[in-house]
Design a protein around this ligand. Structure first.
Ligand code: FES
Length: 96
């Protein structure tokens, strides 16, 4: 499967199974928090409510059902929950 749905705060955008979630969310107009973009700081941590991801090597700790979007590639449709209000461009809405 190369095309997936990425859902955040009841908004769904097109995604793929090749690129990191952080990159895909930014391309879709979202502004998730990040610092290192390399799995070290944990700033990009979020909750994976549904779906499955491939988590690349990372040093930052994650809790149960948490992922680092800078090191995660979706393997299926995913629903993400952030602990803060995720900012997005107006045109990011209703892209699916
Ligand atoms: S941005 Fe630092 S762990 Fe993802």
């Amino acid at each position: 499967m190369s095309s997936v749905k990425i859902t955040i705060d009841n908004q769904t955008v097109h995604g793929n199974t090749r690129e990191l979630l952080l990159d895909q969310l930014e391309q879709a107009g979202f502004h998730p928090e990040y610092q290192c973009r390399n799995g070290l700081c944990g700033a990009c941590r979020c909750h994976l409510r549904t779906g499955e991801v491939a988590q690349l090597d990372a040093l930052a700790l994650t809790g149960k059902d948490e992922i680092l979007i800078c090191r995660s590639i979706p393997k299926s449709d995913v629903e993400l929950v952030f602990s803060y209000q995720l900012r997005c461009n107006e045109d990011a809405k209703d892209r699916f």
